[in-house]
Write a protein that binds this ligand. Structure first.
Ligand code: ADP
Length: 215
């Protein structure tokens, strides 16, 4: 049966890394609203032009915009294929809209993996995060440095810092998370779908815990 999951947590919790592990293990379609929006910004589409200002300020892109992107996408996924929602839903209205979009296709969310990481850890992680613009590989200046400073191990491309990974915007993203996104935890808690995973030793250890629960 198709597994539909949400991966949830503050910015910098490791949603992207764990999403890759989950996608590969359970053969899921991985939908990241952050990646989709960054792609739209890069391509200069109408959505991208609108989203850019919110993203660079650490604010949420308006609900109607992201709900449309996700609903359109969900409608194209085969009914027997599971989906992993990464970075969505981020508000209560988005959560309700997701339930509705899935219901329309005879599907539902089976579990929500909540990666819980304290604010100061988020700031440290994101300030040092670097990204490959060619293959999206993620590094950290001290935690996971590339073999050659500033250069991607895979692509040889010069690493970049995401426009929103500076301390001012990171603090704003955390504020946005606490005020608008945290209520979604209760929404899924009441439905008994929440699996919280705290800070662990390594990304592999976190994956192991998540797999153990889902299996
Ligand atoms: P992070 O979780 O590290 O903040 P994402 O890549 O998930 O990064 O999101 C980057 C930005 O994209 C967010 O700060 C926000 O502006 C926008 N965004 C992504 N997903 C959503 C969403 N579901 N609703 C509104 N805005 C979103």
């Amino acid at each position: 049966m198709a597994l539909n999951l949400v991966i949830f947590g503050p910015p910098g919790a490791g949603k992207g890394t764990q999403s890759e592990a989950l996608r590969d293990k359970y053969n899921l379609e991985h939908l990241s609203t952050g990646d989709m929006l960054r792609e739209a910004v890069k391509n200069g589409t109408e959505t991208g032009l609108l989203a850019k200002q919110y993203m660079e300020g650490g604010k949420l892109v308006p609900d109607e915009v992201v709900i449309k992107i996700i609903s359109d996408k969900v409608a194209t996924i085969a009914a027997d294929r599971g989906t992993l929602f990464d970075g969505f839903p981020r508000t209560l209205d988005q959560a309700a809209a997701l339930d509705k979009a899935l219901e329309g296709n005879g599907r539902k969310i089976d579990a929500v993996v909540f990666l819980n990481v304290p604010d100061e850890e988020v700031v440290t992680r994101l300030c040092g995060r670097r990204m490959c613009p060619a293959c999206n590989a993620i590094y950290h200046v001290t935690g996971k440095p590339p073999k050659k400073e500033g250069v991607c191990d895979n692509e040889g491309a010069a690493l970049i810092q995401r426009a929103d990974d500076n301390e001012t915007v990171i603090r704003q993203r955390l504020d946005t998370y606490h005020s608008q996104t945290q209520p979604v935890i209760d929404y899924y808690g009441k439905k008994n779908l929440l699996k919280e995973v705290g800070l662990t030793g390594s990304p592999q250890e976190t994956s192991r815990k998540i797999f153990e629960y889902l299996d």
